[in-house]
Design a protein around this ligand. Structure first.
Ligand SMILES: NC(=O)c1ccc[n+]([C@@H]2O[C@H](COP(=O)([O-])OP(=O)(O)OC[C@H]3O[C@@H](n4cnc5c(N)ncnc54)[C@H](O)[C@@H]3O)[C@@H](O)[C@H]2O)c1
Length: 86
């Protein structure tokens, strides 16, 4: 299964991605805009894994999201992108 995770560079998203890559055979597409809260250093242990892909995309950008969905064709979405300071 291929899982698209939004906000995957954040606190919760990065933990979810590390868990999926380490404990399952599923693939992950991380869609994150990299705001002040995004930190790719949380993903160094998975960044070179064949089952991991990163797209620096704003989820408010419909055209870019359409491209990501067409390119990666995920089976499921975990929506964890947020402006969590509010
Ligand atoms: N941190 C917790 O303890 C906790 C507990 C329960 C629920 N949650 C919920 O989980 C979700 C994520 O929380 P978190 O603590 O990981 O937040 P976070 O701020 O650490 O991460 C949010 C991520 O979303 C990304 N992002 C923000 N706007 C975006 C956009 N427009 N497009 C793409 N990416 C975007 C940021 O770059 C960042 O990587 C929130 O809905 C939060 O309420 C968090």
């Amino acid at each position: 299964m291929k899982i698209l995770v939004t906000g995957g560079a954040g606190f919760i998203g990065s933990a979810v991605i590390r868990h999926i890559i380490k404990n399952t055979q599923d693939s992950v597409v991380n869609v994150d805009k990299l705001t002040y809260a995004g930190n790719l250093e949380s993903l160094v242990t998975v960044e070179n894994n064949d089952r991991y892909a990163f797209e620096q995309v704003d989820i408010c950008d419909r055209a870019e999201l359409d491209r990501v969905f067409a390119e990666h064709q995920p089976d499921a979405v975990m929506h964890l992108a947020a402006e969590s300071h509010v």
